[in-house]
Ligand binder design. Structure first.
Ligand code: CP3
Length: 348
């Protein structure tokens, strides 16, 4: 087989559980409002304009790379983009986050959701991926992403962000056929959408189940696992590593592991060594620093970064990351400092 330099990145090696020279590190939301270059662009364009214009999405994707020295890029987009072609509408309201004008709450509304032509209707994400790859190929790998079924459905049903997820849970408990129909449709779109991203050049995928931790293990097993499992199974055909990301799931990690994916991501509600032991050391892992820690002083950050590194114990298959995305007012120099602390760390 010809040697492909693009397969040799420490991030991709760690995703495959192979030994690396230094622990790879990257961040969710590494592009965004905590960076001045992003805020400057936001003076001229809305968030959705940035996502839908491949030149601008490329520019934003590249913004953090040299500044931080991270080991992976993540395409600038949003997990909610598939909602527009499905027919619910999608708006971002300044200061208040996403809003879905036509939420899905009845069987009829579920049945009216449209199938998505991902190449035609979400092709701008593929175009951005191709453009980013042509800029960074051979230097740093590019991660594509989408939501996991529960997290996307929760926005569709609630109509925006939620604290309690009451409408979503009531549909799940009371309207099993509507829930099943909704999850089936969403899995189809998400699988096609991520396959399109890999065809365009994404070298790894991350599936964001940001809010599934609002469920207990029995509900996860019954209402979520059959669908996440089907999604991860379909993604196996892409041949790229897939990261299974969730938050709030430390009481049910072995169950979430059963959904599939090549790398498991942990938040900060569990110690890395405990989490890794629970799912088995043969599975590569990512996480798990609290994003709030980046507001602390550098000595405190260093102590906690080193604590995560000690718990990883130099095992192959460790990717350093936060447990969730970078927060809005995070000091950029602290993010950069974390990258250097990880790269400079020497295991005893
Ligand atoms: O990681 C990256 O750098 C890639 C870009 C990325 C964005 N959103 C850009 C974005 C990624 C990976 C996402 C995923 C995403 N989007 C998730 C999963 C990750 C997570 O945090 O759990 C979720 C839940 C969303 C939905 C979403 N998009 C919300 C809740 C919001 C509002 C958040 C807020 O703080 O206002 C968005 C908007 C959004 N997505 C922004 C960015 C940079 C902010 C938009 C702005 O500039 O105002």
């Amino acid at each position: 087989m010809p040697m492909d330099k693009n397969n040799d990145f420490r991030f991709l090696k760690a995703c495959r559980g192979e030994p690396v020279d230094r622990t790879p590190v990257w961040f969710m939301r590494q592009a965004g409002r905590y960076m001045k270059a992003y805020r400057d662009l936001k003076e001229k364009y809305t968030f959705l304009e940035l996502c839908k214009n491949p030149e601008l999405a490329t520019e934003v994707t590249l913004q953090p790379l040299d500044v931080l020295g991270v080991d992976a890029a993540i395409i600038f987009a949003d997990i909610l983009l598939p909602l527009e072609p499905m027919g619910t509408g999608l708006e971002f309201i300044a200061g208040d986050g996403p809003s879905i004008p036509r939420p899905v709450r009845t069987h009829q509304e579920m049945a009216a959701l449209k199938p998505v032509d991902v190449d035609g209707q979400l092709g701008f994400v593929g175009d951005a991926i191709r453009m980013v790859r042509s800029e960074i190929s051979g230097k740093i790998p590019l991660v594509g992403f989408a939501a996991a079924p529960f997290t996307l459905c929760s926005y569709m049903v609630e109509g925006g962000k939620s604290r309690d997820f009451t409408l979503t849970k009531v549909m799940m408990y009371e309207e099993p056929e509507t829930w099943q129909g909704l999850m089936d449709k969403v899995v189809r779109v998400l699988a096609d959408y991520m396959k399109m991203q890999v065809a365009a050049g994404a070298q790894a995928l991350q599936v964001f189940d940001s809010w599934v931790g609002c469920l207990g293990p029995a509900d996860y097993e019954k209402y979520i696992l059959p669908y996440t499992r089907r999604l991860f199974k379909e993604l196996e055909t892409t041949g790229v590593p897939v990261i299974n990301f969730s938050t709030g799931t430390s009481t049910m990690l072995p169950l979430v592991r059963q959904a599939g994916g090549d790398v498991m991501s942990f938040d900060w509600r569990i110690d890395l060594d405990d989490a890794w032991r629970q799912i088995g050391h043969q599975t590569p892992v990512q996480g798990n620093l609290d994003p709030n820690l980046l507001f602390a002083s550098l000595p405190v950050i260093r102590e906690r970064v080193h604590d995560v590194m000690r718990r990883a114990a130099g095992r192959p298959g460790h990717i350093f990351n936060l447990g969730h995305g970078i927060l809005q007012h995070t000091p950029v120099d602290h993010v950069k400092a974390v990258v250097d602390m990880v790269h400079e760390y020497q295991h005893e």
